[in-house]
Every structure is written in structure tokens, then in C-alpha cells.
Design a protein around this ligand. Structure first.
Ligand SMILES: CCCCC/C=C\CCCC/C=C/C(=O)SCCNC(=O)CCNC(=O)[C@H](O)C(C)(C)COP(=O)(O)OP(=O)(O)OC[C@H]1O[C@@H](n2cnc3c(N)ncnc32)[C@H](O)[C@@H]1OP(=O)(O)O
Length: 305
């Protein structure tokens, strides 16, 4: 596992672009399972920050974020996430993934702000490439991707949910979700914005992005940021039912449709990846941005006392 992580990290950071393997539609992957072979009911693999349980009889993997205190997306987390996605993408038995959190009340707090503060240009480059890689893999996945948002999910956490095919959120107004970058004095990059527009439409996205709005669960439902609210104790049951509904269709039809809907947005980042990294590194390197991020971190810490 450590060797695989190191290899992936090297591939992400050195070669520039990690080959997006199996991006094109896979024709009925489940149908290629050898007939008559008994299936092990469940397999699991776990890294430091993400637990993956694969149910082979249903073809559904559950990926649980378990990086306390708040599942922030640092370089190690992003690398593990990419490795887990690659493993599942290449596993013919896996047709769908449920992405959720093992940390109570938090889905993910978004990008780890400490990765964007006081570091070198090389570090910002490596970090941003990993963020891009995570999104490219998730947004272009052939699998059915279902976000079970069982806690707050600002910024990068919201991006993960938005990149899935369907979002179920716990019906708790204390949990919020949204792209709140503007509140930190930073700007959601174009591919965050495009992903958001594809889910909620231009008007809601524009207003929400300019205001950096974080929506309590009921409002998130109203604006279409999530598809359903479910009592927290019913999330698992609901996720299983939704996944079964999506998996009832032939894989190839769903995959080609998904690819058709998302291709333009994906292609744009692939074509402008290096430019996007340069924009990010020069933007976060500005003293004014560093100051905003430091103040935001201080505000988070003060909030506790
Ligand atoms: C024009 C060209 C543009 C190009 C691109 C330019 C710019 C780049 C844009 C980058 C896009 C950024 C995306 C992001 O995801 S930025 C991150 C945004 N995240 C947040 O705003 C969330 C902040 N956190 C919270 O609101 C809360 O922590 C919470 C998630 C609601 C959880 O609340 P609670 O349970 O009360 O926990 P605490 O607040 O006490 O937090 C526990 C400790 O965790 C630290 N923390 C929290 N979030 C983060 C984070 N995102 N990164 C790093 N650390 C985080 C917090 O400080 C506490 O630490 P402590 O225990 O040491 O005090």
C-alpha cells in the first residue's frame, strides 16, 4: 500500500498528467464476471485516512473518510483517495461507490488550509495537481457515485459531493454545505464553478459563489445542491435503495450518457491543467491571500474559545 501510494504520488507530481485510465465507457463490466463463480460477500481495504469496504454480491463499495478531526483534504488524503478510486475503477466487480464519512457531524471540511499557507511554490504545485487529479478521477468515474453527506461539507468537501452522480444528505439543519471560498477571500476555480453550475444551474451557482454561501441541509435541498434529505439513521438504507435503482440500468448506457454530460467540463481542465496550476500557485502566493487564509484559520481557532 505504501509503495502504491508512493508510486501514485510520484506519477501525479512528476509526469504532470496521470493517465486517466478507463475514462471511456466500459461495456457492462458486471456482465464480464465469470459465470458460476462464487463471490466473496465482502472485501475491504483500508489506508490511514480512508476505509473501503467492497460488497461483491452487490458490486457496491463504500468509501468512508476517517481523517480526524474534520476530514480535511491534505496531500496524503488526496493521494489515498486517488489510489482508492483507481483500485475500484479497475475492479470489474465494482459498479458503484458510496462516499461518506466515519467522523460524526463532518463529511469533509474541504481543502486543508494549512496546505495553502506558508509553503513553497513546489508544494503548492504538488498540492494543486493532487486536487485536480482527485476531481478528474471522481467526476469522470465510470462507476455510479453516490455521496452520503452525513455532516458539514464546505468548499472542497462540497466539490466531492457535487462531483458524484447523486447526493443524499442527513436531514439536520446544523449540517451545512456549499462552496464558501469567497468567505475565505479566495476564489473557487473554474472547474469547481462548472461542476456547481452543472448541478444547480447558472443563477443559483452565481449567487452562491459570489456570496460564498453555506446552506443548512433544508436550504441545500431547496436549491438543488443535494437531491434528498433523509433522517441520519436512515441514510444507509436509503443509499442502498438509491444505488440499486441506478445499478438496475445497463452500465454502458448510463456511462455513455454520463460521459456526454460531463466531457466538456473535464476536457477544459485537462487542456488547461498546467495553466490552472500556475494560476493557483501565483494566487495563493500573494501576501494578501496568505493574510486572508491566516486570519480565517485564526477565526476557526478563536471560535472554539
Ligand atoms: C483567479 C484564479 C483562482 C485560482 C485558484 C485560486 C484559489 C484556490 C481556491 C481553492 C479552493 C479552496 C477550497 C477549500 O476547500 S478551502 C477550505 C474551506 N473550508 C472551510 O471553510 C471549512 C472550515 N472549517 C469549518 O468550518 C469547521 O471546522 C467545520 C468543518 C464546520 C467543523 O467545525 P467543528 O466541528 O466545530 O471543528 P473545528 O472548527 O473546531 O475544527 C477542528 C480543527 O480542524 C481545523 N480545521 C477545520 N477546517 C480545516 C481546514 N479546511 N483545513 C485545515 N484545518 C481545518 C480547525 O482549525 C481545528 O483545528 P484545531 O483543533 O487545531 O484548533
Amino acid at each position: 500500500m505504501a509503495a502504491a501510494a508512493a508510486t501514485l504520488a510520484r506519477r501525479i507530481t512528476r509526469s504532470g498528467v496521470l493517465p486517466l485510465c478507463r475514462r471511456l465507457p466500459v461495456w457492462g463490466r458486471a456482465a464480464r464476471r465469470p459465470p458460476g463463480l462464487p463471490l466473496a460477500p465482502c472485501r475491504a481495504f483500508s489506508n490511514k485516512k480512508i476505509q473501503v469496504d467492497m460488497n461483491e454480491s452487490s458490486g457496491v463499495a463504500t468509501m468512508k473518510f476517517k481523517s480526524p478531526p474534520v476530514n480535511s483534504l491534505n496531500l496524503d488524503f488526496l493521494t489515498e483517495f486517488c489510489i482508492s478510486l483507481e483500485k475500484l475503477e479497475n475492479d470489474r466487480a465494482c459498479r458503484g461507490i458510496i462516499i461518506t464519512s466515519a467522523i460524526p457531524k463532518i463529511f469533509s471540511s474541504g481543502l486543508d488550509i494549512t496546505e495553502m499557507c506558508g509553503k513553497s511554490t513546489e508544494h503548492y504545485t504538488e498540492f494543486w495537481r493532487a486536487v485536480q487529479e482527485m476531481w478528474l478521477r471522481l467526476y469522470s468515474s465510470n462507476m455510479v457515485t453516490l455521496a452520503v453527506v452525513n455532516g458539514s461539507s464546505p468548499a472542497g468537501g462540497c466539490l466531492i459531493a457535487l462531483s458524484c452522480d447523486y447526493r443524499i444528505m442527513a436531514d439536520n439543519p446544523k449540517y451545512t454545505i456549499g462552496l464558501n471560498e469567497a468567505q475565505l477571500g479566495i476564489v473557487a476555480p473554474f472547474w469547481f464553478k462548472d461542476t456547481f453550475v452543472n448541478v444547480v444551474g447558472q443563477r443559483v451557482a452565481e449567487r452562491s459563489l459570489q456570496l460564498g454561501s453555506l446552506y443548512p441541509a433544508p436550504e441545500a435541498l431547496k436549491f438543488g445542491i443535494v437531491d434528498e434529505l433523509v433522517p441520519e439513521e436512515k441514510l444507509q438504507e436509503k443509499a442502498t435503495a438509491v444505488m440499486a435503482q441506478w445499478l438496475a440500468l445497463p452500465d454502458h448506457a448510463r456511462q455513455i450518457t454520463k460521459s456526454m454530460m460531463r466531457k466538456a467540463v473535464l476536457d477544459l481542465l485537462v487542456a488547461h491543467r498546467e495553466e490552472d496550476i500556475k494560476n493557483f500557485t501565483s494566487f495563493v502566493s500573494k501576501e494578501s491571500i496568505q493574510k486572508s487564509l491566516r486570519m480565517y484559520m485564526e477565526m476557526l481557532k478563536k471560535k472554539k474559545s
